[in-house]
Write a protein that binds this ligand. Sequence first.
Ligand code: GAR
Length: 321
Amino acid sequence: MAEKAKIAIFISGGGTNMAALLYASRLENSPYDVVLVASNKVDAGGLELAALEGVATFAQSHKGMTREDHDAVMEEAVVDAGADTIVLAGYMRILSDEFVARWEGRIINIHPSLLPKYKGLQTHKRAIEAGDSHGGASVHLVVPELDAGEVLAQAQVAIATDDTPETLGERVKLAEHQLYPRAVADYLSRDYDADYLLDRVRNLALALPETSERESHGAPGFRVGSEKSGKFFAHFNNQHHGSEHIAALVKTSGMDELMNLVEAQPEIYFKPAYYGASGWVGIILNRPGVDWDNVGDWLTRSWRSVAPARLTKLQDAADMF
Ligand code: GAR
């Protein structure tokens, strides 16, 4: 099992979803630990429960503060607690765009509707009034636009003819308590899942011109150029030769650059077995917070270093626009 993710949970209210996440984190094989419960309401019920369970808590009212200032205080608590992911569980504050951008892909929310239906408030009332057969809840990534990020998982809840927003809301919460821990666990484990990581590398590599995939020494590799004269510009290694790493291997300019990278950022780069000797660097992928833009840039650079001139010229021309 890989290192566990560390999550900070933000709440504004009773915190029943927080409790579900916390108790699930204590079951065997949970891929995450709860390291902080933070709130914009100093009297949020969930804070007491978290404290009772020995989890660090933090509370700061947003009253009289700008959104940015309040976000900054919350963020400091998250960073101090060593959390790598923020999970919103009934946190009734909109986060500033800058905050969301800094934590891209690392803020998860649960919303009490079947998104994209009923963003915002009064979701159960709106579902009932629309005559929907089902309400439910969605777990999604947070992006600057409200309730609009990628949906990771949903749970449906049948609506009864005599349901009120309150009665429906109660059942939706029961479903949320099942859904949220599972969805968070799945999302956080995919960062360590070789198939998922290979998929991402593959998508980036094959988006480059005239590329194809071919096995090399039993591992997936990516080539540029024709079937006959093509050259490898990337390899994917899943814990090769006793290494702990799942990694993308790309070409550096040579041993000096390789060793500098490894020395400066050993949490990101390593010198892979065999390939390292000829200047390939490994980018570690099975860790929290991988910067996929950086992986994409490396793949492009590596592609460029072996691609035939007719292709790089085209690419240079395209880059000018
Ligand atoms: C949950 O139903 C959650 O989906 C909702 O608040 C409730 C929090 O309950 N979230 C939103 O409406 C977000 N816009 P809890 O404090 O008992 O977990």
